[in-house]
Design a protein around this ligand. Structure first.
Ligand SMILES: *Cc1c(COP(=O)(O)O)cnc(C)c1O
Length: 408
């Protein structure tokens, strides 16, 4: 995987539609006919390559998207799902049975945290949450029952970076599967190259990029994806979080511009982060030298896609954060909304929104402060213009004072 470039891998795929169309035909069927009864039986048994049975199991449109996402992550294959959570929960349930244990980063997506903390114990699966940036702490949490190490490449919302190569070593040593949610850093980071076993994305975010659908994917070995889709014992097949064919065709069309979008998101976020840090605001962005994991992250990324589009600013109090977000929305700088990867900048206060599943005392312990605003920086054509308008909003609310800005 020396010259591995995820965007080139996607570019190199070639599909044609039924009538020679430049886009593959959309499979508009839930069920498929067989010319012989014997073939149907063999397909049920999983012995017929290339035959479709029923669209909860697989459909031609979903297989096209699977193939493109597997090419992007460098895995043998993939399985798309109706949402990111629809990829995460079956994957973990496939890997773990009652009595098993997971070691997970404590700074993960709120829904994943709630699943591991509140739901999976009902199935007899327990989780220890750790500071993922401390490899010795991670290793110390492993027990003989541990099956999975779980993390996000760049964590939500604190933008902590997981040392995937270091975690992969620990996983190999203890015979665990390293599962990485790479939603915040598609193309920028290729976790398989660093030794991860299974990669998950919420397609809802950057990969689809148009905030018009939810979707997810698990990228893994053929063997693992076959187990997820097994008609008798596969968590994806049996729990049924299937993506619709019309949707997978539309996500695939958006995937084709992901490389261009990621470069612009990263460029714009870096531009704003550098300026707001200089203006004296508490700015967290992995591209800044002041970020505790900057060096590590710089060594992990495919540099042409940059450090991503996520940035946080701490404006002191929740009241200030709310005021500023409302003003920025009124000035059409973006939308006060959760989620990320849209062409417009999106901002929210994670403590009261996307991370509200995390109890307040735990939020404080992990450094999730009240005045924190999470930004998903958009594709703005003229980011200097955006910066000037944002700065005006901040000065109007005394988040920035004229002294701090004049010191430049
Ligand atoms: C949004 C998100 C998810 C969940 O994805 P859905 O598509 O909303 O189900 C999982 N992980 C991360 C990092 C996310 O940002």
């Amino acid at each position: 995987m020396k010259n591995f470039n995820p965007a080139d891998n996607i570019q190199d795929l070639q599909y044609f539609g039924e009538f020679g169309g430049v886009n593959p035909s959309i499979s508009d069927s839930s069920t498929y006919t067989f010319l012989s009864a014997k073939t149907m039986f063999d397909t049920f048994e999983g012995n017929m390559e290339g035959c479709y049975l029923y669209s909860r199991h697989s459909s031609p449109s979903n297989l096209y998207l699977d193939k493109a996402l597997a090419a992007m992550e460098g895995t043998e294959t993939a399985n798309v799902s109706a949402s990111g959570m629809g990829a995460i929960t079956p994957t973990l349930m496939q890997l773990c049975s009652a009595g098993d244990h997971i070691v997970s980063s404590r700074t993960i997506y709120g829904g994943t945290y709630a699943f591991l903390k509140n739901f999976s114990p009902r199935l007899g699966i327990t989780t220890t949450f750790v500071d993922i940036t401390k490899l010795d702490v991670v290793e110390a949490a492993i027990t003989p029952k541990t099956k999975v190490l779980y993390c996000e490449t760049v964590s939500n919302p604190l933008l902590e970076v997981a040392d995937i190569a270091g975690l992969a070593k620990i996983a190999k040593k203890h015979n665990l599967k390293l599962v990485v949610d790479n939603t915040f850093s598609p193309l920028s980071v290729s976790p398989v190259k660093l030794g991860a076993d299974i990669i998950i994305h919420s397609l809802t975010k950057y990969i689809n990029g148009s905030s018009d659908t939810v979707g997810g994917v698990t990228c893994a070995s053929q063997e693992f994806i076959d187990s997820l889709k097994n008609v008798n014992s596969g968590a994806s097949m049996l729990l049924g979080p299937t993506m619709d064919s019309l949707r997978s065709a539309s996500v695939m069309k958006n995937l084709r511009t992901l490389h261009i979008r990621m470069k612009q998101h990263s460029y714009n976020a870096m531009y704003l982060a550098e300026r707001f840090e200089k203006d004296g605001l508490k700015t967290v962005y992995p591209g800044l030298k002041s970020h505790p994991s900057h060096e590590l992250y710089a060594s992990m990324i495919n540099p042409e896609y940059g450090f991503g589009g996520m940035m946080t600013l701490d404006v002191g109090t929740l009241a200030k954060a709310n005021e500023l977000m409302e003003l920025m929305q009124a000035k059409n700088l973006g939308y006060l909304a959760v989620s990320l990867g849209f062409y417009k900048t999106l901002f929210s206060a994670p403590g009261t929104s996307t991370s509200s599943e995390i109890p307040m005392d735990e939020q404080i312990e992990m450094g999730l402060t009240d005045g924190l605003i999470r930004f998903s920086i958009g594709l703005d054509n003229n980011i200097e213009r955006t910066y000037q308008i944002m700065k005006k909003c901040m000065m109007e609310l005394n988040v920035l004072t004229s002294e701090s800005v004049l010191m430049e």
